[in-house]
Design a protein around this ligand. Structure first.
Ligand SMILES: *[C@@H]1O[C@H](CO)[C@@H](O)[C@H](O)[C@H]1NC(C)=O
Ligand SMILES: *[C@@H]1O[C@H](CO)[C@@H](O)[C@H](O)[C@H]1NC(C)=O
Ligand SMILES: *[C@@H]1O[C@H](CO)[C@@H](O)[C@H](O)[C@H]1NC(C)=O
Ligand SMILES: *[C@@H]1O[C@H](CO)[C@@H](O)[C@H](O)[C@H]1NC(C)=O
Length: 397
């Protein structure tokens, strides 16, 4: 079998006696290279269409973002009359709590995008990271938690779900419900509901955070960070996991498909992932103002938020510990710094208990603790397959 590795191209070399010892190695290596090349080529050919879609659209969007880099078309192309804008955003309240923020110096208003049937998720959030009395007692700050939702989309069972909602709200007094069908394609309506409510009833809150109901927020870390920011008196503050120069998705089978008529350019303005971001009070008012003159048909809510902000001259800043769609690994060293992590439902009580335990400080303080944690985080964030979590550079912060 061994001689079989010596292919005809190698015959010349085979005849040189001094090369004889190396022959098998060379032959085997080249053969391996050839096979690897063939394999890569066939993978490339098989997935060409996919690659083409992704690579080409990203190249177009990045060149648009970084070379042309002007989104001045937004405020003219999306402009509509005030009456038309009202039709998108001004929905009737079915459940409301106008005085939820009154009489308190609110540091952080937490608006959680929820859906009528997600009762258990709301219960978990109330008793973990959204607990207002925990924040007051342990952190010394006023936070306010509200869930924002629409009407159950399915007609069957709607009245039962509605009744349960009313009961739930009677106990907790923390639901905001407006008159629109709670569907994916109405997410921008839900976005407008949040900014409209915050502007009308909680304008004095220093910060607003918008999140999904399957996100874990490390409120103590976040509060510490926001208190620092507040001391520096920053305006136009908007922070989260930033998408820069993202292209619109034109594949019809994608959840995020956007037709050309709805958005005709090759990249979106910068925006933060809708799973969790924070803005300062002045930005709340600006986004609300922008929404009074823009066409809100574009149903991707975080992109629409980016359009509103761009029109008002506000741009987002990246914070590496806002995970976007990513999920944090379970580790004391991570809990010390994390702000948000996506995809938590069943484990939310566990994570809250672990992430706020005094053991976190013990394990991560001191020179040794810091060194140890840097090593751990490099291992967790910097490996090639660790793409769905915090970025590698988070290990060094
Ligand atoms: C668009 O923005 C420019 C510059 O900020 C402003 O002068 C203009 O009035 C805006 N146009 C609309 C339609 O809002
Ligand atoms: C919220 O936190 C307070 C104080 O830490 C605690 O007593 C209370 O049980 C918590 N509420 C819920 C619903 O878990
Ligand atoms: C959004 O809600 C409105 C009002 O309930 C409804 O008429 C419309 O069909 C909903 N849109 C989608 C895409 O679900
Ligand atoms: C808003 O934009 C859509 C296209 O995305 C268009 O069909 C619609 O007529 C516009 N609405 C208004 C009020 O201009």
């Amino acid at each position: 079998m061994r001689t079989a590795w010596c292919d005809p191209l190698e015959v010349g070399r085979c005849q040189l006696p001094q090369m004889y010892m190396n022959l098998r190695c060379i032959g085997r290596r080249q053969r391996r290279q050839l096979m690897t090349t063939c394999f890569i080529l066939s993978v490339v050919m098989l997935s060409w269409e996919q690659l083409d879609n992704n690579v080409v659209s990203h190249m177009k969007s990045y060149s648009y973002r970084y070379l042309v880099n002007s989104y001045r078309f937004l405020n003219t192309s999306f402009a509509v009359s005030r009456e038309d804008a009202e039709r998108f955003g001004a929905r009737r309240y079915l459940i409301n709590h106008k005085r939820k923020c009154a009489d308190a110096d609110v540091l952080l208003l937490l608006l959680v995008k929820s859906s009528p049937e997600n009762t258990e998720r709301r219960a978990a959030i109330r008793s973990t990271w959204g607990n207002e009395s925990y924040a007051l007692r342990e952190l010394g700050v006023h936070i306010r938690l509200l869930f924002v939702l629409g009407v159950p989309p399915q007609e069957s069972g709607r009245s039962r779900v509605e009744q349960a909602l009313v009961q739930e709200d009677r106990r907790h007094r923390d639901l905001i419900q407006q008159d629109f069908l709670d569907t994916f394609h109405n997410l921008t309506v839900k976005l407008l509901a949040q900014f409209r409510w915050a502007h009308a009833y909680c304008a004095h809150a220093r910060f607003l955070m918008s999140t999904d109901d399957d996100v874990f927020v490390h409120v103590p870390n976040l509060v510490r960070y926001l208190q620092e920011t507040d001391r520096r008196g920053l305006r136009d503050f908007w922070i989260g996991h930033v998408h820069r120069g993202a292209p619109p998705i034109r594949r019809r089978d994608s959840k995020y498909y956007v037709p050309h008529e709805m958005y005709q350019w090759s990249s979106y303005p910068d925006y933060t992932a809708g799973a969790g971001y924070v803005v300062s009070g002045d930005v709340v008012s600006k986004i609300y103002q922008a929404s009074l003159s823009l066409n809100a048909t574009l149903y991707i809510d975080d992109v629409f938020m980016g359009i509103c902000a761009n029109v008002m001259g506000v741009s987002p800043q990246e914070h590496v510990y806002f995970s976007g769609e990513g999920k944090a690994p379970y580790h004391l060293c991570v809990y010390d710094k994390m702000i948000t992590s996506h995809g938590h439902v069943k484990d939310i009580h566990y994570l809250w208990k672990e992430a706020t335990s005094p053991r976190v400080r013990q394990a991560t303080s001191g020179l040794l603790g810091k060194l140890y944690c840097t090593m751990v985080k490099i291992k967790l964030f910097c490996q090639p397959y660790a793409f769905n979590t915090y970025p590698c550079r988070a290990a060094f912060l």
